[in-house]
Write a protein that binds this ligand. Structure first.
Ligand code: GLY
Length: 368
């Protein structure tokens, strides 16, 4: 068992990482009132892993949410809040979010507005959620104008990670989540990036020690960053968006479809961020090549295949992190040396992308 603390005064909480956690009734008893525990679960995850939690013998009031990013919508949020109210959820209750990033974001946002704010705990079951989205209190839904544009900062009261849930995660989703693991090395920990190069194959194959080591390293870094800069107001939290400005634009061009998973978009986005940094004379090209080689070895895409330069840059003008009409980019001086650059012109990004996307795919807008 490994515990990591997120230090946020009265909003502090523990992230627990333990193989088999899901099978231990005592881990979940604190979240049950009068023996009843309210669980909001991704329906696919519940089918694969729910029996383990149900075997605790706790009385579970279950709300199943359809799997997929489409559930992060106004309609599903209203539906979920109504279901929670029908169940008589009180402010003193803790709702459990059981699944990946979608269910964590949706449930966390519902919890932030229900009864003017009630508690929730995250039980992340995907690698992406275990190393990133379940920690730090960002909650959101997607709207017509873009991804995660409506939401709240609402910290969970606990994060309970059982890495054995990854045993039933589809391989493609596991690899996509692995992109967020690599992100931590690229941001600020070159030794961890080297560890990733040496251990990714074992991690992806399901090696328990490699899995636990990676999850703990990532959540330790994330907990430290969130503890310093909870609301992304000028501190290091923005660095966690490495690859995400390019990535979100690619996801938008892919129509948030199964064509491109979030982690895959982040993998391409991180390579673009490094290559753009090289083009600006900030980063040795050998580092960008090493990033691309590692992500390729991990079975991730590294080159953009969705959208034209103009269309991609168009999405960046809607980025929620824009300030004074400028989009902040996370660039790098090398592996483990990411920084925020607020001086990038979108025309420079468009010119850079024109060199990254083959000319035959630049004829007109949209996915080609
Ligand atoms: N996923 C980025 C953050 O939590 O800040």
């Amino acid at each position: 068992m490994r515990d990591v603390e997120v230090g946020l005064d009265e909003r502090s909480y523990t992230i627990r990482i333990e193989d088999g956690l899901l099978d231990r009734r005592e881990a979940f008893e604190p979240f049950a009132r009068g023996g009843r525990m309210v669980v909001v679960a991704d329906d696919s995850v519940w089918a694969a892993q729910g029996a383990r939690l149900a075997a605790s013998g706790l009385d579970i009031a279950l709300i199943e949410v359809p799997s997929g990013e489409a559930s992060k919508s106004w309609d599903r949020l209203i539906w979920l809040v109504d279901r929670l109210l029908e169940l008589g959820v009180e402010r003193s209750d803790t709702i459990l979010a059981f699944g990946g990033g979608m269910v964590g974001d949706l449930t966390g946002f519902a919890a932030s507005i229900l009864n003017r704010g009630c508690a929730y705990a995250q039980v992340p079951t995907t690698l992406l959620a275990q190393v990133d989205s379940s920690v730090g209190g960002k909650t959101a839904i997607n709207v017509a104008a873009g991804k995660n544009l409506v939401g709240a900062f609402h910290q969970p009261s606990a994060v309970l990670i059982d890495p054995t849930t990854l045993d039933t995660l589809p391989d493609r989703e596991l690899r996509a989540g692995y992109a967020e693991v690599v992100k931590y090395g690229l941001i600020a920990d070159p030794a961890f990036f080297a560890w990733c190069e040496a251990n990714s194959a074992a991690l992806i194959a399901g090696d328990a020690a490699a899995r636990a080591e990676a999850i703990e390293t990532c959540v330790r870094m994330k907990a430290a960053i969130v503890g310093e800069d909870e609301r992304e107001t000028g501190g290091r939290r923005a660095l966690l968006n490495l690859g995400h400005t390019f990535g979100h634009a690619l996801e938008a061009e892919a129509g948030y479809s199964g064509d491109l998973l979030h982690g895959e978009a982040v993998a391409i986005g991180m390579v673009l961020a490094f290559r753009f940094s090289v083009e600006r004379g900030l980063c040795p090209s050998a580092d960008a090549d090493r990033v691309e080689a590692h992500l390729t070895a991990a079975g991730l895409p590294t080159r953009p295949v969705h959208g034209t330069p103009a269309a991609l840059v168009g999405h960046m003008t809607k980025d929620k992190k824009r300030e004074g009409g400028r989009t902040a980019f996370i660039l790098a001086r090398g592996i483990g040396q990411a920084f925020v650059d607020k001086g990038v012109e979108l025309s420079e990004v468009e010119a850079f992308l024109a060199g990254e996307i083959p000319p035959h795919r630049q004829m007109g807008r949209g996915t080609t």
